[in-house]
Design a binder for this molecule. Sequence first.
Ligand SMILES: [Fe+2]
Ligand SMILES: [Fe+2]
Length: 262
Amino acid sequence: MLSARSVFQEILDNDDSFRLFCSIAASGESQGGWENGRIAALVPQSMRYLAPKITRHGADEDKHGRLFNALLNKRELEPVPVPPETDYTMLLEQRGIGLAHDKLRRDEPLTEDDILIYLSHSRVTEQRAAEQMNMLVKYFGDHPEAGRPLRTICDDEENHLAYCHEELLRLARAGHGRTILRVLRECAMAESRVYRDVSLAVMAHMGRILKWPKAKSTALAAGIHALYAYERLGGQRRMVSLSMPERRDALGGPATAAAGIL
Ligand SMILES: [Fe+2]
Ligand SMILES: [Fe+2]
């Protein structure tokens, strides 16, 4: 039976596929950490109140990168280079989604619109991260090695998503509603496509490593295309809606250490 659980179980059980999976995840998380660190440093004066939360957001993503690398270390595996076609963060940036790295490398303050773009972009990508982590925790939350780090990351991604909802609603109420809605829609549209392409590329690599029969690869690719079609037919709404989260001020405190894991 072909299920998401059996596919991820196979990926987890084989050193080469596990190494590629953790390398891709660690690299995406660290890129997210770097981006947030730079955004926190460049927040415009009028939005300085957000800087500690953006710093915390970045610290969490850096921690996730370390957690995925620690999983590799535990199995005495070295990270491998991330194939460009599987680099979700880089591909989003290339499609002009979020803030360009060039801009973040400069030492000029960002604008209020830049911060709206950052938060809207995060609203969409954190939804994806939270859904993926929830799926992994559902299947592997009790896994002896991976369970605890996965639960930690999942909880953080839920915090990040809650924070984006709360801050975007605050800014919408302050008169930025139209811009936020426009950016959310553009971002969700592009993200859906990038996610499909990256999923296809990752599964193609996994299929080669794990020597999947053609029928299995075809079925998995069909599943990825079906998810994309569903998102285009309205499933994207979950990526662009805003509602006040149950967790308020989710990034209000300092980053929590990954106690006992790192
Ligand atoms: Fe993360
Ligand atoms: Fe996150």
